[in-house]
Design a protein around this ligand. Structure first.
Ligand SMILES: O=C(CO)COP(=O)(O)O
Length: 169
């Protein structure tokens, strides 16, 4: 159905689905695999809750989500990972650049364990309160290959500075 209406990308495992529809990492895996079979590109989201970060469990949570939800045949030609800490979505709060770098490095290492050399070609996006003011620094962080933008993509006034930040790198 999504394909029939002309979509070429789908987002699976978004934290709102995980929280509101109790979608599990296994559900996200099944959806990613099904989307691939239909020829759709997949953006798979992972990310910890605030309670998990406060308990120093962010890295373990993200590793477990990746392990359970990345299809075996994932590669950068159709598969993108997005790190989206739940507590940063729509809140105006973001992790520090060091925290983003640490999670993205761990995500890349976990991908390498799961899919080998193909991991190098998988884009890992950061999402959660990306704005024109913070995009340049976030996008310049190691292992950050792009941004998944929510609120700031809704108006040209807010989105154009993010595009400009990306273009200036
Ligand atoms: O959930 C998001 C994109 O999927 C991020 O949303 P915000 O950029 O509004 O925080």
């Amino acid at each position: 159905m999504v394909k029939e209406v002309g979509a070429s990308f789908t987002i699976v495992g978004h934290s709102e689905r995980r929280a509101d529809q109790h979608e599990t990492s296994h559900d996200a895996w099944a959806k990613a695999a099904a989307a691939r079979r239909q020829g759709l590109n997949v953006i798979l989201c992972c990310g910890e809750t605030e309670a998990e970060r406060d308990a120093d469990r962010a890295e373990r949570v993200v590793q477990a989500q990746i392990e359970k939800s990345v299809p075996d045949n994932a590669d950068g030609s159709w598969f993108t990972l997005a790190y989206e800490p739940r507590w940063a979505i729509g809140t105006g709060r973001t992790p520090t650049l060091d925290e983003i770098a640490a999670i993205h490095a761990i995500a890349r290492a976990k991908l390498r364990m799961l899919i080998g050399d193909a991991a190098a070609g998988v884009r890992i996006l950061y999402g959660g309160s990306v704005t024109g003011a913070n995009a340049a620094l976030i996008l310049a962080t190691p292992n950050v290959d792009g941004a998944l933008v929510g609120g700031a993509s809704l108006t040209a006034e807010k989105f154009v500075p993010i595009i400009e930040a990306a273009a200036s790198l």
